[in-house]
Design a protein around this ligand. Sequence first.
Ligand code: HEM
Length: 426
Amino acid sequence: MPITSDAPRVGTGLTDLDLSDLDLFTGGPPWAAFDALRAQMPCHWNPESPPNHGFWSVTRHADIVAVTRDEETFSSEVGAVNLEELDAEQLQIRKSMLETDGARHFALRRLLQRDFSARSLAPYETFLRGLTATTLDAALAKREFDFVREVSADFPIRVLVRLLGIPDADAGKLIAWGNRMVGNTDPDEADVLLGSPESEQYRHLPFRSPAALEVFAYGDELARQRRGGDSDDLVSKLINREPSDGIPLSERDFHNYFLLLVVAGNETTRHTITHSMQALIEHPEAFALLKERPELLPGAVEEFLRWASPVYHFRRTATREVELHGQRIKEGDKVVVWWAAGNRDESVFAEPYQFDVTRDAREHMAFGKGGPHLCMGNQLARMEIRIMFEEILARVDHAEALGEPARVRSNFVNGIKTYPVRLTGR
Ligand code: HEM
């Protein structure tokens, strides 16, 4: 069986635990802390330094599902969906589908939801396989290389560039914008660090990043060219379709929708691919099994996603007083659901610290779980990861790490910046 254990050493005290402390995440996910929270304080109050007001952490799988399902009590709209605390004006300006509840959220999502179904994406399989082959052949010719730079980093954006109908030559720009925004807590990635005095002037922008302005301008130009046309790229669809609630997209709606598309599938898919490569290198029996039985790969992709847990958390805001595990959550409190913690919940996943590509891991929460905001790109991401590993397994006979992965400094994305490897094969 492709099983080995990576169980964490448990023993974390909970009194001083602060999940807003990024240092806790520099060595990888704080699994022991998540385990302790699930076992001892499944609804845990985490104080924060001013100006923030603290948050509740929810870490059990069942509780996370219950919270994300109940958007009337745990809203995505009345506050931000990350730890940052926004005033009403900032919220209004920065609002995308992610920060919208109810009928308007449904209408926004419906604009493109069908285009992200497995059926609509199937025609892209050949393109994706070709792109994967080109990427891998170039990397494998080097034998020793940084897996992130050569394989996983640019791949998701190159796919999105095709879906958006953008010239391939612009992929580099989109990649750089995405890195600057999502890496806003990492000095290596961000030009303006979240929380720095300089970020104040960008407080109305997503991620407080000036890169957002460049994304908006780029999107505006695409919209200008495609308004009134009938091309089947996602930008044309977004700009020319009418939302089902009859309320047209405002300029701001379009900006935030376009930016969400650029950002949402980039780092997340990249990090899943890198984590999966690392897991296969560290579990050679799983690598060998999948090479021998590639038909197991679609199921294995679910375990890759559970294992990787590329997005640590999302936040909701309580709209009324509510009790959870004896704790009184007040109206306006931030409630953070830790998908990563749910992905190691032993009541759902037996031996959760064993990487087992034969387990049924479909209950994982990498894409969220149970709620209306379940990742809209989940089928696209699954397809990208599956095809990537089909092609890797077909080409590579031997894989080894040449060093430790360098991690993104973040408690939002479980990210890897560099991962030196040697891959050899045909
Ligand atoms: C492995 C890759 C990915 C992971 C782990 C991931 C994870 C997530 C998570 C955790 C959420 C929030 C769920 C919630 O709050 O309930 C989300 C939402 C979203 N994701 Fe993904 N995502 C991935 C890839 C993608 C891709 C490829 C796209 C499309 C290009 C995408 C588009 C979106 C959108 C539009 C939303 C907002 C949905 C809504 O608010 O209704 N994601 N994703």
